[in-house]
Design a protein around this ligand. Structure first.
Ligand SMILES: NC(=O)c1ccc[n+]([C@@H]2O[C@H](COP(=O)([O-])OP(=O)(O)OC[C@H]3O[C@@H](n4cnc5c(N)ncnc54)[C@H](OP(=O)(O)O)[C@@H]3O)[C@@H](O)[C@H]2O)c1
Length: 326
């Protein structure tokens, strides 16, 4: 495991435990800063070692979550040493020779790998958990979406930044910031990732680009606004989707209630709908606020929430590794 000490890394360790993944020997790798520290796996301390070119001897499966530049440098070295890499970064997602997989959607693509399999963008994976079953039934043409993304999506330093800023405000101290361009506590930031010449951010284009690849749907279109919110964990996405076929709320609910890895939470009269606070640490994503879109032909609005450290990263990566064993 490369990046074992990170926000995603620690969840991957827990996910391996929880799902009883058959691990012979677990090698935990991180930067030199973490070398010598330990993390618990099945109640035993495992010593973290520094990632080097020689880290992959005897490794069958390498789970990478240490950022794109580390993946670009070390994933080919791991493959050369005989490992299959499951990569959480964006480095290889749009590479034609690399499968990009959400097992509930395109598990069969795993078998096409040439050494590296990519894990999708977290907001895209969570959205597709509800959108893909609807696409199968009604044929999606395009979506308009806004995301409400938790700080843990940025990593361990951003979790600390929100915690620190909340404390600074509560104790009347000067607010300091290191991770985001603006204060995140008691604020929302309409910027996730860097801007492209079109005015969209890189994060915003992932839903269209990765969605096309995962759903095998090259004509799929997505106009997205990604927003960072002061939530610790779990991303929420508000979606308006247009379909080829007419879609009723009852038919959509029937499809969604049978979708794997997804729970329908949709009793608005009791104020019951998916909430990031309650979806955090759950494997399944949740969908609610299902209604006909009043501004689109054959349109449906819905609200999906998922723990992006799990379905958007660690859980999906371990599910891909499970596919490798089949
Ligand atoms: N957070 C999410 O929700 C999420 C979702 C999907 C995908 N991802 C992707 O997953 C990756 C990790 O994200 P994260 O949120 O877990 O980040 P993070 O909390 O900042 O963790 C980064 C990890 O990378 C390690 N690392 C940094 N520099 C290294 C180096 N030179 N050599 C070896 N290891 C190094 C860190 O080790 P030290 O502790 O030793 O510094 C740490 O284990 C990123 O590519 C991210 O885009 C994240």
């Amino acid at each position: 495991m490369v990046g074992a000490t990170g926000a995603v890394g620690v969840e991957m360790i827990r996910t391996l435990e929880k799902r009883k993944f058959p691990v012979g020997k677990l090698t935990l790798l991180a930067s030199g800063r973490s070398a010598g520290k330990t993390l618990k796996y099945k109640g035993t301390d495992v010593i973290i070692t520094e990632l080097t070119k020689d880290s992959f001897k005897g490794v069958d499966i390498a789970l990478f979550s240490a950022g794109g530049s580390i993946s670009r440098e070390f994933a080919p070295i791991a493959v050369q040493a005989g490992a299959v890499v499951v990569d959480n970064s964006s480095a290889f997602r749009m590479d034609d020779s690399v499968p990009l997989v959400v097992p509930e959607i395109n598990a069969a693509d795993v078998k096409l790998h040439k050494g590296i399999i990519a894990n999708p963008n977290c907001t895209t994976a969570i959205t597709l958990m509800a959108l893909y079953p609807l696409h199968k039934a009604f044929g999606v043409t395009r979506v308009f979406a806004s995301s409400y993304q938790a700080v843990s999506g940025t990593g361990a330093k951003a979790i600390e930044e929100l915690r620190r800023q909340v404390e600074q405000i509560a104790t009347n101290q000067q607010v300091t910031r290191e991770v985001y361009p603006h204060q995140i506590a008691f604020n929302v930031l309409p910027q996730v990732d860097s801007f492209l010449p079109t005015g969209y951010t890189k994060e915003e284009m992932k839903m269209e680009n990765e969605g096309r690849k995962i759903m095998h749907h090259p004509a799929f279109r997505a106009s997205v606004t990604c927003v960072r919110v002061p939530v610790y964990r779990a991303h929420s996405v508000a979606i308006s989707a247009e379909f080829q076929k007419p879609v009723s709320v009852d038919a959509a609910r029937d499809v969604l209630s049978r979708a794997p890895g997804l729970d329908v939470v949709d009793t608005p009269e009791k104020a019951e709908y998916p909430l990031p606070l309650y979806v955090a640490e759950r494997d399944n994503c949740q969908v609610g606020r299902i209604r006909k879109d009043c501004a689109l032909e054959n349109g449906l609005c819905f609200w999906v929430v998922g723990d992006q450290l799990l379905k958007g990263a660690a859980l999906n990566a371990v599910q891909i590794a499970e596919e490798l064993l089949k």
